[in-house]
Design a protein around this ligand. Sequence first.
Ligand code: UD1
Length: 386
Amino acid sequence: MTIARDPLGAVLCVVGARPNFMKMAPLFRALQMQPGCPPPVLVHTGQHYDAEMSERFFEDLGMPVPDINLEVGSASHAVQTAEVMKRFEPVIDAYHPACVIVVGDVNSTLACSLVSVKKSVPVAHVEAGLRSFDRTMPEEINRVLTDQISDLLFTTEKDAERNLLHEGVPSERIRFVGNLMIDSLLEHLDRAVPPETTLRQGGHDQASSLTQSPFAVVTLHRPSNVDDPGKLRHILSILTDVSERLPVIWPVHPRTRANIDKFGLAPVLQSSRIFTLPPQGYLEMLGLMKSALCVLTDSGGIQEETTALGVPCLTLRENTERPITVTQGTNTRVGTDRNLILRTIDELMAGGGKRGQVPEFWDGNAAKRIGAHLSQWLRDRTRLPV
Ligand code: UD1
């Protein structure tokens, strides 16, 4: 690894996996423009490394090439986390950053936070306080631990602040700023790629007729849904039932694709009305979601994006760390209950489904709020007696 420069007092902005990129893009730009804020430096851990899971998002979102790429790649949780830590430590030593910003809940988020606090470098966690209360989720462990060791916690919804206070986080560390994911969505929505283009590029020639009528979009990648052969088979058979009601467009995550092959489940996906695609770029996903009648997903971010778009979302999980998407937005938790899923689809085909409202501060200005809070906080810190 070569370290290009050594700007004392930089703000290191860490990204690792696909859902980090759309959060960091607007924030990185806001920090560059924030008066009094040290220069941001972009660090990619390389947790996601395929062009279609990583590089393409930098292009779509207008993000600069990372200053540093740690190139950790895939491994078990322990090895991946440890590898990020090992490779991030020399970056801290070289940059002596004023602070490190981490986003979301992926392994890179926890790994870089841990290295930073042990080097006495303050950590700001964006999207703090979200809780599924399901500790079998690797992301929940990453969230709880990152929040405990962060100095500044930026939240997207009021429930998150309640969770943090309940866990003993002092209120003066918490700032309610809104949702960076929605900053990106609002910025790029008018560049969304039409679904017929995406389908044609994916080799589905019946594309244009398909998108004239209602369709569902599916995404699936949670270990709890896709790592067990019986569970994955069950979900695939539900999707086949859904496709008898509505054509299904499904960009398949690499983890899920690998497991479908490994478990010999491809024959379960026989429906001629399920259109699978490789992982899609940001603008393609926006186009698919925006035009869908509904989205079925186990993603965290997509629950928020569908709420912002006013598109009904069926979350194929027993819990959500984003309850506001259910109480205010368009989200319905359906688990993997076939009858409930089919009934919900029937209802929304008949009546349009849940429309909801857009939560407070999901207004495209979260990055500016974070930039202002962060630079004020850094200024205040330097005035404190050592
Ligand atoms: C990770 C995050 C999850 C996030 C998701 C979004 C953790 C614990 N999980 O899960 O929170 O919602 O990213 O995608 O950090 N792979 C590729 N190409 C890539 C990246 C991954 O083929 O560019 C393959 C890996 O080899 C692995 C699988 O996909 O077999 C899973 O990747 P991994 O980074 O372990 O976790 P995700 O399931 O993507």
